[in-house]
Ligand binder design. Sequence first.
Ligand code: CU
Length: 68
Amino acid sequence: MKKVTYEIPAIHCMHCTHTIRMELEDLPGVTSVEADVSTKTVVVSYEEPADETKIEGLLKEINYPAKK
Ligand SMILES: [Cu+2]
């Protein structure tokens, strides 16, 4: 299992982290998502078939583009 941390400047409240968590957890292979409002970071644990390209693509699609 792999783990990646993203900085997401667009996070500003619990609603944002909730949306991000729901969307990422729907991505096949994503096993856990920890989103933190105060640090604007999201830690994603994943395995195949998920990969960083798919995770980053999804974040961009839902308007929370990641800075790594
Ligand atoms: Cu928000």
